[in-house]
Design a protein around this ligand. Structure first.
Ligand SMILES: Nc1ncnc2c1ncn2[C@@H]1O[C@H](COP(=O)(O)OP(=O)(O)OP(=O)(O)O)[C@@H](O)[C@H]1O
Ligand SMILES: [Mg+2]
Length: 316
């Protein structure tokens, strides 16, 4: 049993969950009489005052984001520890859903992809922000079926606060090669991470499994098998779209979120993603059907602006 923290102005009502770096509590904010989620950062990440100051500053910058597809951050405070006060989501994460069901249907996964792409396009275009830790556990679905990206802006700060504790800095399971190498990142890093999340959700398997160091090396060097080797019911265009998102070189992926949205629209109509052909360097092992399909491509497809879709909620 964990003891709930005492935070002035809030009445803690229960534990929501625990991640690698923090514990999340459900609480009532007394002044505004609203339910919130409070993320309490483990004390071993809150040591250096200068880093804490920067952490709070960046979290407050994230509080300027306002989008229905992003879990709203209300405030960050330091009092006996580091707290983030954020929108309470009455629902579950895609990670919880996937673990419960084994895998997620293609149609639902595409709705997730579309909503995450729309939210991250907003964060990138309007605020120049990337997420850096897109994974099924940071994608939530609320009671009304709305898909929301959680922990926006926190991961980047985690990285700067990591110091010598990089063994607990989250999971490398969805990490693009350029992030493994510590290079400068842009929205294409999140596109890879969403690709790795879709691969996991749809196939029920991680792109690469094993010890974190091996997984990081695998993102740079190894080929994961095509999703169709795991589940041959997954349509070829969907596997090609995910394959494109997972290109080892950012230049071979969709170049921004609008291109991801365009590809989602195409594959929903069972059409191939843009620019994919047999000549594309694939980072995945393809099955014969995917290979011959890719070889036959070359048409141009027009894309219309998407409307927001919701997941029909089923208890995980
Ligand atoms: N805003 C929120 N509303 C409701 N529940 C939440 C909210 N944010 C997080 N949770 C719950 O708390 C759990 C832990 O979240 P947390 O972000 O600490 O861990 P994580 O995303 O699994 O991993 P990481 O430590 O890498 O971020 C989530 O899986 C989710 O169930
Ligand atoms: Mg999280």
């Amino acid at each position: 049993m964990m003891t709930p923290p005492e935070i002035e102005g809030f009445e803690i009502s229960g534990l929501l969950g625990q991640g690698g770096m923090a514990t999340v509590w459900k609480a009532r904010q007394l002044s505004l009489d609203r339910m919130v989620a409070i993320k309490v950062l483990s004390p071993r990440f809150a040591v250096d005052p200068e880093e804490i100051r920067r952490f709070c500053e960046e979290a407050r910058a994230t509080a300027n984001l306002s989008h229905k597809g992003i879990v709203q951050v209300y405030d960050a405070t330091f009092a006996n520890g580091l707290y983030f006060v954020m929108e309470f989501i009455d629902g579950y994460t895609m990670g919880q859903w996937q673990r419960r069901k084994g895998s997620i249907g293609v149609a639902d996964a595409l709705i997730v992809a579309e909503n995450v792409a729309t939210a991250l396009d907003y964060a990138w275009k309007q605020h120049g922000l990337i997420h850096c830790d897109i994974k099924p556990d940071n994608i939530m679905v609320d009671a009304d079926g709305t898909v929301k990206v959680a922990d926006m802006g926190l991961a980047r700060t985690y990285t700067t606060m990591g110091g010598d504790c990089d063994d607990v800095l989250g999971t490398p399971n969805y990490m693009p090669p350029e992030q493994v190498q510590g290079k400068e990142l842009d929205c294409r890093a999140d596109i890879y991470a969403l690709g790795a999340s879709l691969y996991h959700m749809i196939s029920g398997r991680l792109l690469f499994d094993g010890d974190p160091h091996d997984v990081m090396a695998a993102h740079m060097e190894r080929q994961a098998p095509s999703i169709r080797f795991i589940n041959s019911d997954v349509p070829v265009p969907v596997t090609l779209m995910i394959e494109k998102m997972l290109s080892k070189f950012a230049a071979d992926r969709q170049q921004d979120w609008l291109q991801v949205l365009a590809d989602v629209k195409r594959v929903e109509k069972n059409q191939a993603p843009a620019g994919v052909s047999a000549d594309c360097v694939s980072s995945m092992g393809r099955d014969a059907e995917t290979e011959s399909y890719a070889r036959s491509l070359g048409k141009k497809i027009v894309w219309k602006k998407p409307t927001q879709k919701k997941i029909i909620l089923r208890a995980p």
